[in-house]
Design a protein around this ligand. Structure first.
Ligand SMILES: Cc1cc2nc3c(=O)[nH]c(=O)nc-3n(C[C@H](O)[C@H](O)[C@H](O)COP(=O)(O)OP(=O)(O)OC[C@H]3O[C@@H](n4cnc5c(N)ncnc54)[C@H](O)[C@@H]3O)c2cc1C
Length: 244
């Protein structure tokens, strides 16, 4: 029998500082066992383990490397659910302990041949978009469309790229405005890529539209579900590709 794959060791971290960036976005900067930790590419994700009331086992959820400097990891937690990770982040104070596991995975670096990048995201994917935008080179055209439940959660996004940002406010179902924006989007001329991070069904509708109505090639699409309506701890492997 082959050995089951070993789980990477957990690293113990301590909250160093917290700040409320906007009414529903809380930043946690943590220090601790980060030696040799590699944040990989901008917008990469990893597992967070937070204490769970009423259980000896911590809850595991997926979060994004918002920033990594040797010895300090920054995570931005959106307040969008009553789940354990969101609840923990809302109450986190300096000195609180939590864990992360393994190395950060995936992330996004545009193809050198791309003239433009389009980003379609909701609040949960805002930290990833902010991190990726900060890494883009001058000369690239970046268009970011982001849907928020509360317009007061809009952030100043920074990029060396020529950046156009459009904020949408949720109406009706979550990510409905984002799907409509994707369907109306005018894509710039030349080669480019589209990055999508949002609710799972909305991500599938956007992916299907871009592939089948707009004729984008699969390699130009970087889609991932950041959560799923009604699902606890939705898989971080859900890219929608199996439905192509
Ligand atoms: C690759 C990746 C990177 C991510 N990075 C970040 C990040 O940096 N910051 C961040 O805030 N989130 C991020 N997320 C989203 C986060 O993992 C989920 O929102 C997660 O479900 C939150 O855990 P929880 O314990 O609060 O809620 P859970 O216990 O998982 O879920 C409780 C309930 O809340 C609902 N719910 C979960 N998320 C949302 C949401 N966004 N909006 C509305 N309802 C929701 C669920 O459907 C469920 O019904 C990321 C997800 C992925 C896949």
């Amino acid at each position: 029998m082959p050995e089951p794959p070993k789980r990477p060791p957990r690293r113990h971290l301590t909250v160093q500082s917290v700040s409320q960036l906007t009414p529903r976005l809380r930043r946690v900067v943590a220090t601790g066992e980060l030696d040799g930790w590699d944040p990989a590419r901008p917008g990469a994700h990893f597992k967070v383990f937070v204490p769970q009331p009423g259980s000896d086992e911590p809850a595991m959820r997926t979060y994004t490397v918002r920033r990594f400097e040797p010895g300090a990891l920054t995570i931005d937690f959106a307040d969008h659910s009553d789940g354990p990770a969101t609840t923990w982040a809302k109450g986190a104070q300096p000195g609180a302990g939590f864990q992360i596991s393994g190395m950060a995975k995936s992330g996004f670096v545009p193809d050198p041949g791309s003239a433009w990048c389009v980003f379609l995201a909701d609040h949960a994917a805002l930290p990833a978009v902010a991190a990726i935008l900060e890494s883009l080179p001058a000369g690239l055209h970046a268009l970011a469309t982001l849907e928020l439940q509360d317009p007061r959660d809009a952030l100043q996004l920074e990029s060396a790229a020529a950046l156009e940002v459009r904020w949408l406010t949720e109406r009706g179902e979550a990510c409905e405005q984002l799907v409509a924006a994707a369907q109306e989007l005018s894509l710039p001329d030349g080669d480019g890529e589209v990055w999508v991070g949002c609710e799972a069904s909305a991500m599938r509708r956007i992916r299907a539209h871009l592939l089948h109505e707009r004729g984008l090639r699969p390699g130009a699409l970087h889609t991932r579900a950041y959560w799923r309506q009604g699902t606890v701890n939705h898989s971080d492997h859900d890219t929608g590709e199996e439905d192509d």
